[in-house]
Design a protein around this ligand. Structure first.
Ligand code: CP
Length: 323
């Protein structure tokens, strides 16, 4: 079995650039080890020293909706023997009585969990606060800014299904402007040597032209699909469009950007179709495309647990046994 080389522990993970190259290497290898061991034995507890995680508690705070990120962090902690406590229905927290999110964080930190996992909007004050936290913090997605753990899941899935990330042509389709997943993937996949392409309506194209300058723009979905090894489809984040006139109807969006059976026929036979989820059937992706054998959206969800177990191990500086 491959021995995992322990890299130095990161103190907090808010952005992809918080991770060194050694951290990235450690995370991809440890997630592969965890997946293999979990398939073999149904457990991960033999991969670590259980004395290290005994009594540990991770606090989750989700100020925006989530299914897979929150559930996979809870499952990942459980598999490593770490207890979790979760604050997510903020209508039933003291925020409903007027407490601010910053004060809510301060309160949770005073309880001294071993780590905090949080999803929140883009609040400058929160960012500064999280950076100065004495307790490790993992971002589970921050507004439209970054979602580093999802990008790590995507890179791991590309490596697993395509054999490598370096040199892979990854086409990102859809609402790039509002996508924290796209922003983290831009940083991560380019660092890992992938080539990126983007196909999006003008109104949903990346705002930061400088950051996206090396990414190929495709005006035609067909052209992009013929170029790509990996298609990464994004959800149209209508909840973030409320202040913008995006200049087209959902019917027009479907006509030009939805991945369906017809354009899957133009896609290479060994390519892979990804979506960070939640995928809205019929809007950005058609039912037939979801049922195509090249679609690995559920594998991404499964990999989410293994990748997040590896992230937790890195952040809490857990020893991984050489098996
Ligand atoms: N990909 C992702 O963040 O999904 P959830 O919103 O369900 O957590």
């Amino acid at each position: 079995m491959n021995q995992v080389t322990k890299s130095s522990s990161a103190s907090s993970l808010l952005y992809i650039d918080d991770l060194s190259s050694a951290n990235l290497d450690y995370l991809l290898k440890t997630a592969a080890l965890f997946k293999k061991e979990f398939y073999k034995t149904g457990s991960l507890i033999h991969c670590i020293n259980p004395e290290q995680t005994k009594g540990m508690v991770v606090q989750l705070l989700f100020a925006e909706p989530s299914t897979r990120t929150r559930a996979s962090f809870e499952v990942a902690c459980g598999k490593l023997g770490i207890a979790t406590t979760s604050l997510w229905n903020l209508h039933f927290s003291s925020m409903a009585k007027g407490e601010t999110l910053e004060d809510t964080f301060q309160c949770l930190m005073a309880l001294k969990p071993n780590m905090i996992v949080c999803r929140c909007g883009e609040l400058k004050a929160i960012e500064v606060f999280l950076h100065s936290s004495s307790i490790p913090v993992i971002s589970a997605g921050m507004g439209t800014k970054e979602h580093p753990t999802q990008a790590l899941v995507d890179a791991f899935t590309i490596q697993e299904k395509r054999g490598k990330v370096e040199g892979e042509k990854v086409l990102i389709v859809g609402d790039v402007l509002h996508s924290r997943v796209a922003n983290s993937n831009l940083r991560l996949l380019i660092r890992l040597g992938a080539q990126l392409g983007v196909c999006a309506p003008e109104a949903l194209s990346p705002a930061d032209k400088q950051a996206w300058k090396d990414v190929i723009r495709f005006s035609s979905l067909e052209e992009g699909i013929k170029w790509a090894d990996v298609i990464m489809c994004l959800r149209v984040q209508r909840e973030r469009h409320s202040l913008r006139n995006i200049g087209f109807s959902m019917a027009e969006y479907r006509d030009h950007y939805r991945i369906d059976q017809e354009n899957m026929q133009m896609f290479r036979s060994d390519g892979i179709l990804l979506h960070p989820g939640p995928a809205v059937r019929g809007v950005e992706i058609a039912n037939q495309a979801l049922n195509d054998p090249r679609c690995h959206i559920i594998t991404q969800v499964e990999n989410g647990t293994h990748v997040r177990s590896a992230i937790i191990s890195l952040m809490l500086n857990l020893e991984i046994k050489s098996l």
